[in-house]
Write a protein that binds this ligand. Sequence first.
Ligand SMILES: *Cc1c(COP(=O)(O)O)cnc(C)c1O
Length: 467
Amino acid sequence: MTKQFSRRNFIKTGVAGALSAAALSDVSSASTLAAETKTSVANTQGTKPAILGGEQAHQTGWPAWPAWEPKWDSEIMEVLDRRVWSRSKLVTEFEEQWAEKIGTQFCLAVVNGTNALSASFMELNIGPGDEVIAAPYTFSASIFGILYQKAMPVFADIDPTTYQIDPEQIKAKITPRTKAILPVHICGLPSDMENIMKIAKEHHLYVIEDCCQAHLSTIHGKPVGSFGDAGCFSFQTSKVLPIGEGGAITTNDQAFKERLYSYHNYGYATTVAPGTYAGSIHSFRLANKIRMAEYQAAIGLCQLRTLEQQIAVRNENGSYLRKRIAEIPGLRPVRYYDGVDRVSYYMCPFIYNPDEFKGLSRDKFVMALRAEGVNASNGYPNDPLYSQGIFKETLASEIYQKIYSKDQLNFDEFKERNSCPNLIKTFETSVWLDSAGMFLGSKSDMDDIVNAVIKIRDNAEAIKKAG
Ligand SMILES: *Cc1c(COP(=O)(O)O)cnc(C)c1O
């Protein structure tokens, strides 16, 4: 069951009236919601958990995702009627608006986040023999681009309290071959960008930010995607600004932006308008074709109208939930770095301690939470990127053998060199509350999540015994 997400929900949750800059920048303020609905803490003692056949703590579904307002339908139909489907003025308008939101001079819209990243590695001239120090708490899409360039990812462990790449670990991995750093703002939580930028400046390294989960997350009011040389975004359906498929690169470097523009349009000169095929146009450089379509941009422009409001609701709900769950022994909110004043709430992760749940395993806890009607998951599977087949195959490839020494390509040694113990610990203890529409619900919906956790904790022994 899903609820239609609409302006009315904003009014219902009392957030529409609180969209001042102050409210947006204050992650810890739950006051607007508090005024609207009173806390409903159920007495869960003796209540049967849903996984053992009891009633669900949350029974009314969550706001529909992706959010869409029916009144926008006609705008999309107009784009189709206009018969201009390839990149034109709407894509440009979307780029201008996204650059403004992120606070960069330039933005290029592309087909998806994976290609936003790989185009950036290509156009920053990362190449064979170069090393890129990468965050390991992510999935393959973050690092494909490094391998397309025949460069070598070097994973630096995370801080297990923040889930983000640890600047101290980055420093320890820098060599004369290091060319760039790839922080991934995982779960939408900002990496320690102020320190990462200091390291990058000192060692003359590029910084490519993977912002695919972190739309409008900010540090001291500055959005992620505006710190590094490139900010790479995804607009895939699950992401906080959903288009279905889509991506963008934000930057302040005009020359880089122009190379990217040419790259995304067959390597033509930047003066060649997409969709022009006549005359003397030719590819003057190796490139790709990764343009966003007009109707995708039209959907994005509609979504942009509600994004700030949604992020405000997510932050109200998210900070309330973090505060309430922090009071429950055994579940600890992931820490934000100093200065983090807004997060996308793509996910809201917690660190689980089974000792406080009578030894109930994390996996079983998550299953019990899901049974209660809460969108929860273990997060990424217990299988670090550096051990995956992608590296086994790449390191054994003929191409890599032409570039790198036998020692560099030995898979066991590669795994050893890259091993990230904090990452492994995190795989085993993380609980992600998956956002989609969940954090667009009401405050009493958030109370349902808290009550579900309390109910499971009170009945942990029985759930464990049920096997
Ligand atoms: C979604 C995502 C990507 C890839 O974006 P697509 O648009 O799906 O290609 C890359 N990195 C992270 C962290 C992501 O969450």
